[in-house]
Design a binder for this molecule. Structure first.
Ligand code: FE2
Length: 362
């Protein structure tokens, strides 16, 4: 029987200083600590901080021993996403079926238990150094996973900004690697294609990309897979692959029911967004037709709008959240639209090109 993916369980990161990274996600994005593992819980090789908001859980981990295998990942990628963890009905079946179809195992199914019950976890490799972890947790009531303690109440409790769940998770590949990765998801995971962007659709005068979005059968998992396309100047995807030293997770999109309020809170918290030229808003209604929001409100918030045949969506993008121009975040609200903002790519790319020019990487 095919295993079922119920949704994203958590996103795992390897970072240089999980304690400080946790404070970034707390103070900027409104996540609150919910679980912890480290010296105080008897874990001596790494520290793990878990933060939550809505259904989103982030696991930040830092190795504490010189010979810890996570150090090699840190040296190569800097702070980066390591694992996109899926909550599954049967982790054993998920691991067995995907490895039988050719996925490389990283961790065979393991049953972990404590006084709160048990979980089964396993993981397989996907693009670059990224993993998919399978988590089966229907028999578990603890704060995160066995071995984790509930996080001590923090000195400053963050105010959540309305983030509900992960809308999509994007992976950047090297040139020519998109199609093999997409067919890997079709073959190994039984995912299907729901959206495609050709370089002719989205190129600016200078830069371009190609993208295919794959989804699981219930479409709770949506994963755009990008690759650079040739242009007059260097694609932002190529810039990512060079600084990440290989493929990896480019951005996560967090869903909100009220993007105007969410973005006002994020800006007040000091989150830095890509700058959108004023002229974008002068012709907005000509491009997208009638919308519920006031254009002036969107202009002052820097929120972008795009329409497809099913409705429209509102979105905006942060600048990279570490020194390398690698991982960033998107915030998105959908009003019927099920696509990913193709109509905004040109304005967005031009904004990123200005940032690339400042970095000397265009
Ligand atoms: Fe996105």
């Amino acid at each position: 029987m095919p295993f079922e993916i119920l949704g994203v369980d958590h996103v795992g990161y390897v970072v240089g200083n999980a304690k400080q990274a946790a404070i970034y996600y707390q103070e900027r994005f409104g996540f609150n600590p919910c679980a912890y593992r480290g010296l105080e819980t008897g874990c001596t090789d790494r520290a793990s901080h878990v933060l939550a908001q809505g259904k989103i859980r982030l696991l930040l981990e830092t190795p504490m021993q010189a010979d810890h295998p996570l150090n090699a990942l840190l040296a190569r990628h800097g702070d980066a996403v390591r694992s996109l963890a899926f909550r599954v009905t049967d982790a054993d079946a998920a691991w067995r079926q995907t490895t039988e179809r050719g996925a490389v195992s990283v961790q065979a199914p393991e049953r972990l238990e404590d006084e709160h019950g048990f979980v089964v976890v396993a993981s397989v490799k996907t693009y670059g150094d990224t993993l998919h972890t399978f988590v089966q947790r229907d028999g578990y009531s603890g704060p995160f996973l066995p071995g984790f303690a509930a996080a001590a109440p923090s000195v400053r409790k963050a105010t959540p900004v309305g983030l509900r769940y992960i809308d999509h998770m994007v992976g950047n590949q090297g040139e020519g690697e998109m199609e093999p990765v997409v067919s890997w998801y079709e073959r190994i995971f039984g995912f299907h294609r729901i959206w495609t962007v050709d370089d002719k659709d989205v190129s600016t005068e200078f830069t371009s990309l190609r993208s295919v979005v794959v989804a699981n059968p219930n479409e709770r998992i949506k994963m755009p897979i990008n690759e650079p396309a040739p242009g007059l100047k260097k694609s932002q995807i190529q810039e990512y692959v060079e600084f990440n030293h290989g493929p990896g997770v480019q951005h996560l999109a967090f869903y909100t029911d009220d993007i105007v309020t969410t973005v006002a809170q994020l800006r007040a918290n000091g989150v830095e967004f890509l700058d959108i030229p004023d002229s974008y808003y002068d012709t907005l209604l000509d491009r997208v037709g009638p919308i519920d929001e006031e254009v002036e409100q969107l202009r002052s918030s820097g929120i972008l709008v795009d329409r497809d045949d099913q409705g429209y969506l509102l979105q905006l993008f942060t600048k990279p959240v570490q020194d390398r121009p690698t991982l960033f975040y998107e915030f998105i609200q959908r009003k019927g639209a099920r696509s990913f903002g193709k109509g905004n790519f040109k304005a967005l790319f031009e904004s990123i090109e200005r940032e690339q020019a400042r970095r000397g990487t265009l």
